[in-house]
Structure formats: C-alpha cells, structure tokens
Design a binder for this molecule. Structure first.
Ligand code: NAP
Length: 309
C-alpha cells in the first residue's frame, strides 16, 4: 500500500514530490509518457525565480527531480492506465499492475492542442511539429521558410527560436494582435526574420501527395480570401489540452476538461489532490504549477494526519 502516489513529473508533480518526501511520505512518482513534462520541450526558461540568467527547461526539471529524490521521492518510469477513485483504498493501474494508495496527487499537465485540419496528422514528423526546440534544428527546416501558428507566448517563443534556423518565419495568427506577454510580443515585432500574418487561419497543410510539407492553405477570417503560403515546416503552437481523460468519470471537470479544485488543491474525492496545468486554465506558468504542487503535498499530508486522529 502506497501512502502518496504522484502522477506527473512536471513542475507541479516534482514540487509535490519534494514536499511529500520532506514530510517522510516516500511518494511514488510516475513520469508518464513525457518525463519532466512540457518544460523539457522548451529552450531557456527566463521567468522561473532564482535564475537571473535563465535556465534550460531540461536542466530545471533534472534539478527538480534530483532535489525530490534526495529526500526520498521514488521516481519511476510508468504510466497510469486506470484510476479507481470511487472506493478506498484508491486503486491505480500502472503499466498493467495494480497499486493501492491512500492519497493521490494528479499533476498530469497538458498536451499540445492540434489544429485538426486536413494534412496535419498525415504530415506529422514530415514537416508538421509541435515543438521547435525538439525539431527546429533538423536539416529539412534549415534556411527554409517556416510557419508558426498561434498568437500566445508559446507561438512567440517558437518563432523566435526558429529564427536561428529558418529564413523567414511566418507567424500566422487568427487575430490582429498577439495574446502573448508584452516582453515576448515586443521581441517578435522587433525581429526582422519574423513576418506576422494577421487575421488568418490554416485550413490545410500541403502536400500529402508529396508526403512532405510544401505549404499551408490560409484563409483570412475577415475577408474570407484564401491563398497558399509556401513553406517547409509548420510549427503548431495553439495552446494546450489538459491530460484528464482518465479522471472524467470520477472527478469534477470544467467544460474544457480542467479538473476543478474544491478547496485549495483538494478535489471532490477525499484523498485525491490536483496541481498544475491539468487544473489551471488561468496562469499556466512553471512557477504557479510548482506552487500548486507544494499546496497539494501539504494538503495530502494534512489529510493523512486527519485519518490518524
Ligand atoms: P495560449 O496562451 O492559450 O495561446 C494559444 C494561442 O493559439 C492563442 O493566440 C489562440 O488564439 C490560438 N489558437 C487556439 N486555438 C487555435 C486554433 N484552433 N487555430 C488557430 N489558433 C488557435 O497558449 P500558449 O501560448 O501555449 O501559452 C499557455 C500558457 O503558458 C500561457 O499562460 C503562457 O503565458 C504560458 N507560457 C509562457 C511562456 C513564457 O513566459 N516564456 C512561454 C510559453 C507559454 P486567440 O488569441 O484568438 O485565442
């Protein structure tokens, strides 16, 4: 029987692991399919407090894991496949094995949202990608025209990163102004290699017949005019979808799929707590996820104490 199982090793999960470990709870921490979470797919993190020169996303996550393990967290490569939360003890299926636990901290984060247009999935890894840091340096993108889709911080970050490799980066956004933070928007606007394409959506990624990206079909949402923009790569950065499908039967989710916390980090099921991007549709920052992870671990510790009273 486990005392605390934490699902997810992003900022939320690993901070929860650190706090639970320091409370002598020896948490079992599952990496899921993306150890280290989405931050491992970013380049320099400039807004995590304590790193005035920034820190690479991977480096930050490795340090967080090391810090949690130092105090007794047991980080295990494993994926949660099912969660029986309606009975006690809570029963989890992890890679086919049943594990029982007194408390569960869900820190499953979020995944990249897709455009869901023709050609996108068929050309994935053939020019369509969701991570500039992972794929931007590939030869197929070097000195080529590239398209980034989106208007938030992620899209700006991707576009700026790609200026190292591509010739022109076309930033396609469905509105006429960016949603991104001012510092990121200003950097994008000041970069001569980035060309904004306003009020436009991608309606198709070309060319499935050639089995590689040769361009995108664009539609101007104001004039309805369509045209083809030639490019060798499409980097999709249109936000995220919370990873909560496994919990939708048992936990209260909002219409977009985010878990609704009750009081602090608690959920509608006693002993089940939540932290990070799977329950935060407002801030979605590394540091807020870490803070939520800390809160979830403290709540779990208090819950366990209350069972012994
Ligand atoms: P986001 O802020 O939700 O932005 C998503 C963008 O994609 C929006 O501009 C949205 O358009 C557009 N979009 C959504 N669905 C679309 C569709 N189907 N077709 C075309 N465009 C679509 O997501 P994000 O940029 O990934 O950022 C998520 C959070 O992480 C934010 O809180 C952000 O501040 C944070 N973040 C911070 C940093 C940093 O500080 N350096 C870096 C990355 C992310 P609309 O504007 O019209 O809604």
């Amino acid at each position: 029987m486990e005392i605390v199982v934490i699902v997810g090793t992003g900022c939320a999960g690993l901070t929860a692991a650190l706090y639970a470990a320091r409370a002598n709870l020896r948490p079992l921490v599952l990496t899921g399919k993306q150890p280290g979470g989405l931050l491992t797919t970013t380049s320099t993190v400039e807004n995590f407090p304590g790193f005035p020169d920034g820190i690479e996303g991977c480096e930050l996550m490795m340090r967080l894991q090391k810090q949690a393990e130092k105090f007794g967290a047991r980080v295990q490569f494993g994926t949660l496949e099912a969660a029986g939360l309606k009975q006690r003890p809570l029963t989890l299926t992890i890679d086919g094995e049943e594990v029982q636990t007194e408390t569960l901290i869900i820190a499953t984060g979020a995944s990249h949202r897709h455009l869901e247009v023709p050609g996108e999935h068929l050309l994935e890894n053939k020019g369509v990608t969701y991570c500039a840091t992972c794929d931007g340096a590939l030869p197929i993108f070097r000195n080529k025209d590239l398209v980034v889709v989106g208007g938030g911080d992620s899209a700006c970050e991707e576009a700026l990163y790609l200026t190292r490799f591509g010739s022109t980066i076309h930033l396609v956004h469905r509105r006429d102004s960016l949603r991104a933070s001012k510092v990121m928007s200003d950097r994008v606007k000041a970069n001569p290699k980035i060309r904004p394409v306003w009020d436009s959506v991608v309606t198709e990624v070309l060319d499935v017949k050639q089995d590689k990206v040769t361009g995108v079909r664009l539609k101007n949402v104001k004039t309805q005019e369509e045209n083809v923009l030639e490019c060798s790569g499409v980097f999709v950065a249109v936000g995220h979808i919370p990873n909560t499908t496994l919990f939708k039967e048992a936990l209260d989710l909002d219409p977009a799929g985010y878990i609704i916390p009750k009081k602090g980090a608690a959920t509608n099921i006693p002993g089940v707590f939540v932290a990070g991007d799977c329950s935060d549709r407002v801030y979605r920052q590394a540091v807020t996820a870490a803070g939520m992870g800390c809160a979830a671990a403290i709540e779990a510790e208090r819950y366990l104490e209350s069972l012994n009273e």
